[in-house]
Design a protein around this ligand. Structure first.
Ligand SMILES: [Zn+2]
Length: 103
C-alpha cells in the first residue's frame, strides 16, 4: 500500500492540473496563482509566506488530522503509565486527610 502524505494543503488551497503539472492557488488576492508541481512543502511554504491567515487554518486542519489518525502504541503507553503515577499519590493523600479528620 502506498503511503500518501497527510498534508491537507493541496486540497485546502490548491487546484492541481495534471496535464500542465501545476497547482493553482485558490486563495483570493493571491499574486502567485500558479505553481509548478504538487509538492506539499512548496505549497505549504507559499501559504506560509503569502497567506498567513490561511496558514493558521492549515495548521489547525493538520492537527485535527494528526489527532484523528493517531493510534500509536507509544503515545498510549506513555499516557497510561503517566496516569498511574499521578493517581497513586493522590489517593494516598486523600486517605491521610480522612485519617486526620477522624482522629
Ligand atoms: Zn497563494
Amino acid at each position: 500500500m502506498g503511503r500518501t502524505p497527510l498534508n491537507p494543503v493541496s486540497t485546502l488551497f490548491f487546484e492541481y492540473n495534471k496535464r500542465s503539472n501545476t497547482s493553482k492557488c485558490t486563495i483570493s488576492d493571491c499574486p502567485h496563482l500558479i505553481m509548478k508541481g504538487q509538492h506539499s512543502m512548496i505549497l505549504e511554504k507559499h501559504v506560509e509566506h503569502r497567506h498567513q491567515k490561511s496558514c493558521l487554518e492549515l495548521l489547525k486542519e493538520k492537527k485535527r488530522i494528526e489527532h484523528s489518525d493517531s493510534d500509536s502504541d507509544e503515545v498510549y503507553g506513555f499516557d497510561s503509565s503517566n496516569k498511574k503515577l499521578k493517581s497513586l499519590p493522590k489517593s494516598i493523600s486523600g486517605l491521610r486527610l480522612m485519617c486526620t479528620e477522624n482522629s
